[in-house]
Design a protein around this ligand. Structure first.
Ligand SMILES: [Zn+2]
Length: 277
């Protein structure tokens, strides 16, 4: 499963949806991000953590509450959980857990740990919030738009940007929350690149990159997608070509059409508000 490995960083990639899990070891702690997805894959990550852990505390970061990202929580109940404040107060926790149970039933999967919704020990309230663990410094940013409970995390001094379901090379924006929030989130790219030395960007699906221009390129592509989709819907033009370049477009077309429906609704709400004024 390991796709990338240095002395401090291991990136695991699931065979499903190229979903990434990240394990970072520093002098003071072990950071685990979104351990997922199949039972054996979660087990492999847990075993890796047990091997390197020594007596260090484990911090478990969830980039957001989508089922494929929280599926491994039950195997890491000894960890301190970090996530967006909204992650903790979600009203549809039961629904998210049901998506996991449904998935496991569909493929007759057994797990050697319970399926649970994580409760948050350290909630992220605001951009720039810092958690200092010895020499390890975590800086958090809210990352809303894909969901309403996403976060970016920058780990220093290693210079790792944990991006969750943004800035992927295999997915166009999946906008389940709000397109304006999505634009605001990717708009934080410049601030993050300007105020941290980033050596590695790790998206929730796809390939990590250590090239700054690639990060900026992914940001621009996300912007373009949202803006062109909005324009096309406004002008009642075809927009399926916008995902033409994506390798897995035959499945992702569903997400594209959901984006289109969401943006259409946003545009209608906007024009109603303008009429009221
Ligand atoms: Zn995801």
């Amino acid at each position: 499963m390991i796709k990338y490995r240095t002395k401090n960083v291991s990136i695991f990639q699931s065979v499903l949806y190229k979903t990434t899990s990240l394990v970072i070891q520093t002098d003071e702690c072990i950071l685990v991000v979104d351990p997922n997805l199949l039972p054996d894959e979660v087990l492999e990550i847990r075993q890796h953590v047990d091997k390197i852990k020594e007596d260090k505390p484990i911090y478990l970061i969830f980039t957001h509450s989508d089922w494929d990202h929280i599926v491994g929580f039950g195997a890491f109940q000894d960890a301190t959980v970090i996530a967006h404040e909204v992650f903790d107060s979600k009203e549809n926790k039961e629904e998210i857990l049901n998506q996991i149970l449904q998935f496991d039933d569909q493929y007759y999967l057994d797990r050697n740990y319970p399926i649970l919704y994580p409760s948050v020990d350290i909630p992220v309230h605001e951009d720039g919030q810092v958690l200092q663990i010895g020499k390890t410094k975590l800086t958090f940013y809210k990352a809303e738009g894909h969901t309403d409970d996403g976060i970016f995390v920058v780990v220093e001094p290693l210079g790792i940007w944990i991006a969750g379901d943004y800035l992927s090379d295999v997915e166009f924006p999946f906008i389940n929350d709000n397109s304006k929030n999505y634009e605001k989130t990717i708009g934080k790219t410049d601030r993050i690149l300007g105020s941290h030395i980033i050596n590695l960007l790790v998206p929730g699906h796809g390939t990590a990159t250590n090239i700054k221009e690639e990060i900026i390129f992914r940001k621009v592509l996300s912007y373009r997608y949202i803006q062109e989709l909005r324009n096309a819907i406004n002008d009642k033009l075809d927009h399926e070509f916008l995902i033409q370049g994506y390798k897995y477009k035959h499945d992702q077309i569903g997400s594209h059409l959901e984006n289109a429906a969401l943006i259409k609704k946003e545009l209608q709400t906007d024009s109603q508000q303008i009429q009221k004024r």
